[in-house]
Design a protein around this ligand. Structure first.
Ligand code: NDP
Length: 477
């Protein structure tokens, strides 16, 4: 599969004629190749977006919402293809690719279409004037998306961005280009005006060239914290509008009055969904001392019962990690955990059939006995690796939960909702769930504090980020 850039409504080879291989995480085999885009590819994609902007941004919002619906309809028709490509490209189980990636990608376009159709300008009256607040397009957007939820996160940005009248250049992760290409095929098929959505593939140059381009007006980036810092460095001096969704080191806090069975299920899912490669995953599990042993026995049993293997098997719970370097990084944290004095409660290499031996495999790993200040307990690992810690009071649980430079998400498990709320309000984070995890409502703000990022997307926050307000004040007679 040789993928191409999508610029001005055309699939294009890179100017350099340079390509890079794309590998299957589960077998290590080559799936295909993508263009290694350079300056000319990025510049022509940005120029295409810029030339499409005046006409696109002057359409009625309801007309743009119609386009989002057309894209959603076409994507829905390719539901199974999305799931298969996403599973192949990321190594995630097909059941997850269906229930999350394929389903939510369609849902994102539908959700933002409805919001944009229903949105009204705000009006403020005074004794002698009327203020009308209009939301206008910002301009040309750079949308940079990661490899863990490729189409889900791309659709989460493209839909509100073009819905609010911007035109965009997308840069998907070089590790997972397949469903971004599928979205371009959909956009081509429905006949979206050329230049409204463009895409450049690449590695090592395209992303930074895009964010540094003077004709880019806004940057929405989801990915690692250190890359986020570089994005901010190049975008901020040019005063580009910036949204950064970065890493997390989220706590799952288990109180002794929780429903143990439901909590074990929830904490297992929060820890290991998508092989722990979700920025919202609960990778530090804090357990009230009085139930520590009982919880651990049930938790270890639950984790060890997960089936790991062929992502295309309907019964698989855990697939492969995204790449060899990423597997090495996560395995490095296992070695570090031992150096830091931790005990590996469960983990290791899974036993797999011969055809999967070239893939990036690791069993879900639980580490106990680490200090709460240790590197393994405070740094983002982004894999099937969790640390467990005891606490004796609400105060101590809150202190441990806040003991990291990240502040993205978290979950609290308790039979006392009042306590759940009280504790939630003291965790320095952007999102927190009580007795559930990743229970998404697309209307709520998504994003983090501290090193987890800048700004919020989701619902009206996305519409706000992808627009500029204009206040028109009309003086009455
Ligand atoms: P990142 O996800 O951090 O970023 C890679 C992407 O950023 C590529 O598309 C790259 O394009 C682009 N990029 C790199 N430098 C710049 C720049 N200066 N300006 C603009 N774009 C740039 O990298 P990794 O895939 O290596 O992931 C690293 C870590 O990030 C993971 O180990 C994990 O901890 C975390 N992560 C977090 C995610 C989240 O959802 N918060 C998702 C995925 C990873 P190009 O090379 O062409 O410039």
């Amino acid at each position: 599969m040789k993928l191409l850039n999508y610029i001005q409504g055309k699939f294009e080879e890179p100017f350099s004629s340079e390509w890079m291989d794309n590998f299957s995480p589960s077998t290590g085999e080559t799936i295909g190749s993508i263009p290694l885009s350079g300056h000319e590819d990025v510049s022509s994609a940005v120029a295409a977006a810029k030339s499409a902007l005046p006409e696109w941004s002057s359409l009625e919002p309801s007309d743009r919402a119609d386009w989002l619906d057309k894209i959603a309809d076409c994507l829905e028709g390719k539901f199974e293809e999305i799931a298969c490509l996403e599973s192949l490209d990321t190594g995630k189980p097909i059941s997850l690719a269906r229930s999350v990636d394929a389903k939510r990608s369609v849902a994102n376009f539908r959700f933002f279409s409805e919001m944009i159709r229903e949105r009204q300008d705000e009006v403020f009256e005074t004794d002698d004037s009327t203020n009308i607040v209009k939301l206008r397009a910002v301009g040309v957007g750079a949308l940079i998306t990661p490899w863990n939820l490729p189409l889900y996160l791309l659709s989460w940005k493209v839909a509100p961005a073009i819905g609010m009248g911007n035109t965009v250049v997308c840069k998907p992760s070089e590790l997972t280009p397949l469903t971004a290409d599928l979205l371009m095929r959909v956009i081509d098929e429905v006949g979206l005006p050329p230049g409204v959505v463009n895409l450049v593939h690449g590695n090592g140059y395209a992303g930074s060239s895009l964010t540094g381009n003077p004709d880019i007006d806004l940057v929405s980036f989801t990915g690692g914290t250190s890359t986020g810092a570089k994005v901010a460095q190049s975008a901020s001096p040019q005063f580009k509008k910036l949204s950064l969704e970065l890493g997390g080191k989220n706590a799952s806090i288990v109180f002794s009055d929780c429903d143990l069975e439901e909590t074990v299920k929830g904490v297992t899912r929060a820890a290991f969904l998508n092989q722990g490669q979700v920025c919202l995953c609960g990778s530090r599990i804090l357990i009230e001392s009085s139930i520590y042993d009982q919880f651990m026995e049930m938790f270890v049993e639950s984790v060890e019962s997960m089936s790991i293997g062929d992502p295309m098997d309907e019964n698989t719970d855990l697939g492969a990690l995204i790449s060899k370097p990423h597997l090495n990084k996560v395995e490095g944290y296992v070695s570090l955990a031992i150096e830091e004095g931790g005990q590996i409660v469960t983990g290791g290499k899974p036993c797999l059939p011969k055809e999967l031996e070239g893939g990036n495999w690791m069993s879900p790993t639980i580490v106990a006995g680490l200090d709460v200040d240790s590197r393994c307990s405070t740094e983002e690992v982004f894999g099937p690796f969790v640390t467990v810690h005891r606490f004796d009071s609400e105060e101590e649980a809150i202190e441990i939960a806040n003991n990291t430079r990240y502040g993205l998400a978290g979950s609290i498990w308790t039979g006392d909702l009042e306590r759940g709320r009280r504790v939630a309000e003291r965790i320095h984070t952007g999102m927190i769930w009580v007795n559930t995890w990743l229970h998404r409502d697309l209307r709520v703000p998504f994003g983090g504090v501290k090193d987890s990022g800048v700004g919020r997307e989701g619902g009206k926050w996305s519409l706000g980020f992808f627009s500029e307000p204009l206040n028109v004040c009309l003086k009455h007679d």
